[in-house]
Design a protein around this ligand. Structure first.
Ligand code: PLP
Length: 404
């Protein structure tokens, strides 16, 4: 479909050896590796256009501002948002969800009002709501899941009440890989007059996302999971919502005028961007988005689906294999346990073979409780992975299995 060896040449870290074995990097759901273009963008940004944005009359400040705002437009086009005003730069998905939790609850929720989340949420879409529950007395309702890792949509519909103010749900599960039918879920919520936040941290890197087609009111993602820099992320919000929400943090950049008596807040999106933004990170994110766009999100999705299918078939043939998450529509993530081998032991021994997988609860402890387990081993694939790497991984799992 595309030349994976050529692609791999763009990612210098992938040619490393770990314990004298070629690195096999299957921890892409935690963070992705960076193509040369992204690293070079950061380097050249600091070398050539570094100056604080938005406040300068001088040449460099204007060049930095233009690059930063062009990056915002790149994100807008990538998500198919209708205006750059709808793109707020944050430190990541976590900060984006905290922003909405804080500002939305402040403005629109009272004690006893309800937010609907799901059993498969990452802690970053659970804890901010619990903090608001402690602060303001809001209630959290949780969509249950079936054993195969799909949301129970009938139960979802029954959770709505006259107190429901917001739905906040993950697009693709970082543990189960489940791709949730967010378009239908948004349509149902809207029919009840309820807006929806979608956590797209695991969706944006793997499938083409169109926020207008989804009709999501808020959508979040992290740059580092889509081949961009760490400490950078995006909150998309419909202009009508962002306009009405109060600011999240106060400081420079987010104001129009300040006197000791009264402050007038800046226009969108700056109202939500207090302090000096990561204007180098934003341009590096734009470079990452250009990189995946050139490969083609649809081609990436098709290739990764093929890797998922190949790995799943081979893994299912291993004695004692339990895969968590067998949804009909699934992203390229496989969480598993083999017999009673502890996930940590499996991860450590695979590491000695040069294979990087994640072990533990994956920041989704309530989901672990749902399955009655402490943790899993998780392999997550990117377009730079290969079937040959999966073959080595399968041999590795078999070796570990035989040791126990
Ligand atoms: N949501 C999901 C589904 C995730 O997988 C992650 C990260 O693993 C997050 C949110 C949090 O992202 P970040 O740590 O980049 O803010």
């Amino acid at each position: 479909m595309f030349n994976v060896q050529d692609i791999r040449a763009d990612f210098p870290i992938l040619s490393q050896k770990i314990y004298d074995k070629p690195l096999i990097y299957f921890d892409n759901a935690a963070t992705t590796q960076k193509p040369r273009a992204v690293v070079e963008k950061i380097e050249s940004g600091y070398y050539n256009v570094n100056a604080n944005v938005h406040r300068g009359v001088h040449f460099l400040s204007q060049a930095a501002t233009e690059a930063h705002e062009e990056a915002r437009r790149t994100v807008q086009r990538f998500l198919h948002a209708s205006s750059p005003n709808e793109i707020v730069f944050t430190r990541g998905t976590t900060e984006a969800i905290n922003l909405v939790a804080s500002s939305f609850v402040d403005e629109y929720m009272q004690a006893g009002d309800e937010v609907i989340i799901s059993t498969m949420e990452h802690h970053s879409n659970i804890v901010p709501w619990q903090m608001q529950a402690a602060r303001k007395g809001i209630a959290i309702r949780v969509i249950p899941i079936a054993d195969n890792g799909e949301l129970d949509l009938e139960a979802y519909k029954k959770l709505f009440s006259e107190k429901t103010r917001l739905v906040s749900v993950v697009h693709v599960s970082n543990v189960l890989g489940t791709v949730n039918p967010v378009r239908e879920m948004v349509a149902y919520a809207h029919a009840q007059g309820v807006p929806v936040l979608v956590d797209g941290a695991q969706a944006v890197p793997h499938l083409a996302v169109d926020v207008q087609a989804l009709d999501a009111d808020f959508y979040t993602f992290s740059a580092h999971k889509i081949y961009g820099p760490t400490g950078m992320g995006v909150l998309y919000g419909k202009e009508e919502w962002l306009d009405r929400l109060p600011p999240y943090q106060g400081g420079g950049e987010m104001i129009e005028t300040v006197t000791f008596e009264k402050t007038v807040f800046n226009e969108l999106p700056y109202k939500f961007e207090a302090g000096t933004p990561d204007y180098i990170g934003s341009t590096a994110l734009a470079t990452a988005l250009d990189y995946v766009s050139a490969l083609g999100m649809d081609r990436i999705a098709a290739y990764e689906e093929e890797l998922l299918r190949y790995a799943t078939e081979k893994m299912q043939a291993i004695e004692g294999m339990r895969i968590f998450g067998e949804a009909a529509h699934k992203g390229s993530v496989i969480s598993f346990l083999v017999g009673d081998i502890h996930h940590y032991d499996m991860g450590m021994l695979l590491d000695r073979l040069g294979i990087a997988v994640r072990t533990g609860h994956h920041c989704a402890q309530p989901l672990m409780q749902r399955f009655g387990i402490e943790g899993t081993v998780r392999a997550s694939f990117s377009f730079y992975n290969t079937k040959e790497e999966i073959d080595t991984f399968i041999i590795g799992i078999e070796r570990v299995r035989k040791m126990f």
